[in-house]
Design a protein around this ligand. Structure first.
Ligand SMILES: Cc1ncc(COP(=O)(O)O)c(C=O)c1O
Length: 374
């Protein structure tokens, strides 16, 4: 369908920063710097600084970041890993693909894992927790780190949707970024993400030098690039140098782009908050900061609402109408997760990107209001 308002608009975004992206392209192409060169190292340094960790290691997807983190933690056969029932399927697939069992836990009203349900899911086989910071809003990492500490569990943050989001640290003295709490933070640079590349991309961030070294070797088929020694059977999952050069340009814009996202979220809130059948993603936790990678509302009218927006030319996402654990081929245990099931019927993410104009935001608002007869 030819939408009047796109969910994200990569070509318009490119026009906004064309000179710098073109310069990055010409630099890489004229030097012929394709694999593991300065641009990748620069981006990794800048990403680590942005997140607040010592190291970042570029990989070729968010899935690989999760997979690599589980391997670095030595999680495998006979282990259990706790994950939220509401997330993108890759969180679960990474656990299954290292031979471990994902144990699902329901989410709360903020779409993130309900921390008060985690302890009930812990068994003697539990080795780790993967909290997912969904849509730009962190899971309650203070509580999760406390639980993990009590049971000696590894925490791997699936921060693929939340670059730039923060939570106040344990004693509220400073803000601590998503991806700086667990043994690793896992990032995706899929084009729809808040830091989206021009194709697939990913990274881990970590403070652990051994984990960083493990990922650097394993992304390169296990090889130490300086000595040529293989340190295990690895993978080919390195972030392309060209992609890193583009991402480094975009990372410089991220702080101002987050401000713009918050402005759009405020416009939505100001105009839509009095509609009783619509629940907006604004939460009253002064410790946590939402960066609105997605502006996901819950409409009691479910598909009727999302279809109405689509037929009026607005591209919306309804992730995920069918929870991943209900897909038979995935062979996961459906224990009945009431919050996940309720929100799956109702979710609808409105256009949220830095390319959108104020007039387009107003059109989205007017269309939502007209659906509700306002
Ligand atoms: C929460 C979450 N986890 C994992 C991933 C996987 O990232 P990728 O698509 O880069 O493999 C994504 C993004 O698609 C995601 O949103």
């Amino acid at each position: 369908m030819n939408y009047k308002i796109r969910f994200v608009n990569p070509s318009r975004n490119y026009q906004m920063i064309k000179d710098e992206i073109d310069a990055a392209y010409f630099e890489v192409m004229t030097k012929g710097d394709l694999i593991d060169r300065d641009q990748l190292k620069r981006f990794e340094e800048n990403l680590a600084t942005f997140v607040g960790t010592k190291y970042a290691v570029g990989l070729n997807s968010g899935y690989d970041a999760l997979h690599m983190s589980l391997r670095a933690a030595g999680i495998g056969r006979d282990d259990e890993v706790i994950i939220p029932a509401h997330t993108f399927v890759a969180t679960a697939s990474a656990v299954v693909n290292v031979g471990a069992k994902p144990v699902l836990v329901d989410v709360g009203k903020d779409f993130n894992i309900a921390s008060d349900l985690i302890e009930k899911a812990i068994t003697p086989k539990t080795r780790g927790i993967i909290p997912v910071h969904l849509s730009g809003y962190m899971a309650d990492m203070i509580r999760i780190m406390e639980i993990a500490g009590g049971y000696n569990l590894v925490v791997i943050e699936d921060a693929c949707q939340s670059l730039g989001s923060t939570m106040k640290n344990e004693d509220s003295t400073r803000l601590k970024g998503a991806g700086a709490w667990g043994v690793t933070g896992c990032w995706s640079f899929y084009p729809f993400k808040i830091l989206g590349g021009y194709g697939d991309g990913g990274a881990i961030t970590t403070n652990d030098p051994d984990v960083a070294l493990f990922a650097r070797r394993m992304r390169y088929n296990g090889e130490d690039r300086e000595t040529g020694e293989y340190h295990g059977h690895g993978f080919t999952c390195l972030l392309d140098n060209l992609q890193a050069a583009f991402l480094d340009v975009k990372l410089r814009y991220l702080p101002q782009w987050i401000i713009r996202r918050k402005e759009i979220a405020e416009r939505y809130r100001a105009e839509l908050s009095e509609i009783p059948d619509l629940l907006l993603p604004h939460y009253n936790d002064p410790r946590r900061d939402h960066v609105y990678q997605n502006y996901t509302v819950r409409s009691k009218q479910g598909n009727e609402f999302s279809e109405y927006l689509k037929t009026h030319g607005i591209e919306v996402l309804t992730q995920f109408r069918k929870p991943y654990y209900k897909h038979q081929a995935l062979n996961l245990e459906d224990q009945g997760f009431p919050e996940t099931e309720a929100l799956s019927r109702e979710v609808c993410s409105l256009p949220m990107n830095v390319e959108i104009t104020d007039e387009e935001v107003d059109y989205v608002i007017a269309t939502v209001r007209s659906f509700y007869g306002k």
